[in-house]
Design a protein around this ligand. Structure first.
Ligand code: 13P
Ligand code: SF4
Length: 389
């Protein structure tokens, strides 16, 4: 994400990252950037080790698979967003959880942990452009539109983990569930057993791909609700006829892979198996050989025979790590024009060292907290996800 997206409401974090807003950290008097060690500091590795050793059992570091290698090296657990949510919930003894991931993941960790546990995001600018595409006000307006069309009572909200705590709170308040890319199918099955329609936010691609590929719905069963248009750009009849109401949101990384890059890699790498994340567009997923979550991608490559060739469409840090971990296999990145998730990449070794040393000094930097009412309802929706079969 390098530019503002027209018509999309950006959070202060995203605006800060894009240099379009004053630094909310300095406005709040949070003393981060001033003390940040330079990336060239040769003692960073030693300092990170020392601070971790000093904090001992008081510290638990979580690292999402899309993080840089220099950060993953210090993670006590690595995983996709589902596993990290589970792991955060399973660490009641750790007073400090340093979350190397993005803002919505740290919010979920705060929701799932006790009040006396502090969740720290080493750089507050590590937001998510997809999560920013659905605001609380927009989803409330959307629900009003569904109510006017007479379908709100039969609609179950299913919200992707990649959403703000406010959206998760809305989902819990309206009897829905959260899902991740590893349990979206089960979440949709659960929701359709409960209601006639699903409102899926904010990633239209994950919603569409799961509905069509896993549940056997047709593309015509899906409509896209555009929060920037009057009534979502849909008529009452369209809302009544549809089974899947897909929010108009997407991932700025996965949404960029193209069908052309699938066709191209099949020519460049004979015998290649194309493995893509379900946040990719439907035409990409349809052209690929295998589709699955970050966790599925990792396990598939682990189980692949030596000598096999793979083109992978997910975040570049992970694809590089997989290529290095499997030198006996050919692992290429699907599309040369797609790059790192810039917000995931905000967390680097200097920010990690700075947060750990602040904790050693008895200060809690960049604490992520969710207000109690939102947290209560979001917890209901997250608990529903964790209880999915
Ligand atoms: P998962 O961790 O659920 O695979 O989600 C991918 C992603 O885009 C995380 O930001
Ligand atoms: Fe958000 Fe996509 Fe980055 Fe994940 S990879 S944090 S969904 S922008």
């Amino acid at each position: 994400m390098t530019e503002l997206m027209p018509g999309v409401e950006h959070t202060p974090l995203a605006l800060l990252m894009l240099g379009r807003q004053n630094d909310p950290l300095s406005e709040r008097g949070v003393d981060c950037p001033g003390d940040l060690p330079p990336a060239s500091d040769p003692t960073l590795v030693e300092r990170a080790r020392e601070a971790k050793a000093t904090l001992g059992k008081d510290l638990f570091v979580l690292g999402h698979h899309y993080q840089r290698d220099e950060v993953i090296a210090y993670a006590d657990v690595t995983g996709d967003s589902f596993r990290l949510a589970q792991q955060a919930a399973a660490r009641p003894e750790a007073p400090y959880l340093v979350f190397c991931g993005v803002h919505f993941m740290a919010e979920s960790a705060d929701i799932l942990t006790a009040d006396n546990q502090a969740v720290v995001l080493p750089d507050l600018a590590a937001g998510c452009s997809m999560a920013d595409m659905a605001s609380f006000e927009q989803i409330e307006d959307c629900w009003d539109v569904l109510t006017d069309a007479g379908v709100a009572d039969v609609t179950v909200p299913v919200s992707y983990m990649n959403s703000t705590a406010a959206i998760k709170g809305f989902t819990g308040r309206h009897g829905g569930t959260i899902c991740t890319s590893s349990n979206a199918e089960r979440a949709l099955e659960w929701a359709f057993a409960k209601g006639d329609k699903v409102l899926f936010t904010p990633d239209q691609h994950l919603g569409r791909n799961t509905a069509v590929r896993e549940l056997g719905l047709s593309l015509d069963d899906c409509v896209v609700f555009d929060p920037r248009k009057e009534s979502g750009g849909l008529t009452g009849q369209q809302l009544r006829d549809a089974k899947m109401l897909l929010w108009k949101g997407h991932c700025s990384v996965h949404g960029r892979f193209s069908k052309e890059s699938v066709d191209d890699v099949r020519v460049r790498v004979p015998g290649v198996t194309v493995l893509v994340h379900p946040e990719c567009k439907n035409e990409v997923v349809e052209a690929a050989d295998l589709v699955g979550s970050t966790d599925y991608i990792i396990k598939t490559l682990e189980a692949a025979p030596a000598g096999s060739s793979w083109a992978v469409a997910t975040e570049l840090n992970l694809v590089r790590r997989l290529a290095n971990a499997h030198p006996d296999k050919t692992v290429v990145f699907l599309d040369k024009t797609v790059c790192f998730c810039s917000t995931m990449n905000r967390i680097d070794l200097p920010h990690l060292v700075w947060s750990l040393e602040e904790l050693v000094a008895g200060r809690v930097p960049n604490r992520i907290t969710v207000d109690p009412d939102t947290a209560h309802h979001a917890r209901v929706a997250l608990a529903q996800m964790l209880a999915l079969p």
